[in-house]
Design a protein around this ligand. Structure first.
Ligand code: SF4
Ligand code: SF4
Length: 119
């Protein structure tokens, strides 16, 4: 299984890490660009230190028990999820329905792609 995160869309909510039964995801500081870009995301989904403005607008003022985009809530600080262990994925799909940024991609061995849809 190939798993990666579209980084500019990631709010850092950590839901993926919390629900994944096989520890595919790790949250890394978005200031640490090289380590954030350590999964197999294609170039257009790599972290270039700019969050998607529509995702920031959608989440920055939402009050649901945790900050979005961490301390500043504006996309400039906090963590981004990195799929460090995609080979372990068992396609339970838990992360796909919990991802605020709808930014997780999973591609199985036959080439079928699964994307997150927040519910
Ligand atoms: S679908 Fe894969 S990456 Fe997502 S929570 Fe399940 S095992 Fe983890
Ligand atoms: S659930 Fe989605 S938005 Fe939240 S940290 Fe994981 S990849 Fe990022």
């Amino acid at each position: 299984m190939k798993v990666y995160v579209n980084k500019p869309l990631c709010t850092g909510c950590q839901h993926c890490k919390d629900v994944c039964p096989v520890a595919v995801f790790e949250l890394r500081d978005r200031a640490d660009v090289a380590n954030v870009n350590a999964d197999v995301a294609p170039a257009e989904m790599e972290w270039k230190q700019v969050s998607d403005k529509d995702v920031v607008a959608k989440w920055k003022d939402v009050q649901d028990g945790h900050n979005h985009f961490a301390e500043k809530n504006d996309g400039t600080s906090g963590g981004i999820s990195v799929a460090i262990n995609g080979e372990a994925c068992i396609l339970c799909q838990a992360c796909l329905i919990q991802c605020e940024g709808e930014c997780i991609h999973i591609i199985d061995d036959s080439g079928t792609e699964y994307k997150s849809i927040y519910s």
